[in-house]
Ligand binder design. Structure first.
Ligand code: COA
Length: 151
């Protein structure tokens, strides 16, 4: 379902189970107030995307550890692609830590194509650097036919 500002606390709780970096309920509220920003969520997962003109970007995506490998993230991504298309987007972009193998496998499975690498883009709390991989997907290709068959 599409998250409302009143869902900010639930989104923050989900985010806290998926990432070490904290996004507070207040930061989710502020994010959702941005034009073109939309969050989709269920009990165990969420995705936040930003649509600007004909482009969209995944800002965050997570599924709680106990609910992983059940297809929830893939389903959220496909729903976000549809939502972005409905808001006029033709492309979706995202970036991911090059060491995040589950997420990279997910994005490739859904149909994203790797397009570049940003050197030392991330820094861990321990001060370790890692590269970001950037991915893109042309949305119209997904929307031709039944999107649920992709992947
Ligand atoms: C990455 C993440 C969102 C995947 O969520 P999920 O609901 O478990 O993913 P799905 O069940 O939809 O997986 C779809 C496909 O992605 C790939 N995949 C997902 N997790 C994987 C893993 N741990 N190892 C290998 N492949 C994996 C598989 O191809 C999988 O299909 P399959 O289960 O039929 O083999 C989840 O692990 C997570 O929240 N991680 C922490 C936060 C994070 O890294 N977010 C992304 C930041 S860019």
């Amino acid at each position: 379902m599409i998250a409302a500002t009143s869902d900010a606390a639930h989104l923050a709780r989900l985010h806290a189970q998926c990432f070490s970096e904290v996004w507070s309920a207040e930061s989710f509220s502020a994010l959702l107030a941005n034009p073109g920003c939309v969050a989709l969520m269920d009990e165990a997962g969420f995705i936040v995307v930003q649509v600007v003109a004909d482009q969209s970007e995944v800002l965050s995506l997570g599924v709680t550890p106990a609910a992983r490998r059940r297809g929830i993230a893939a389903e959220l991504l496909r729903a976000a692609l549809k939502q972005a298309a409905d808001q006029g987007a033709l492309m979706m972009f995202l970036e991911v830590d090059c060491r995040n193998f589950p997420a990279i496998a997910l994005y490739k499975q859904v149909g994203f194509v790797e397009m570049g690498r940003r050197k030392a883009y991330y820094t861990t709390a321990e001060g370790q650097c890692s590269d970001a991989l950037t991915f893109r997907m042309e949305i119209p290709a997904l929307l031709v036919g039944n999107c649920m068959q992709l992947g």
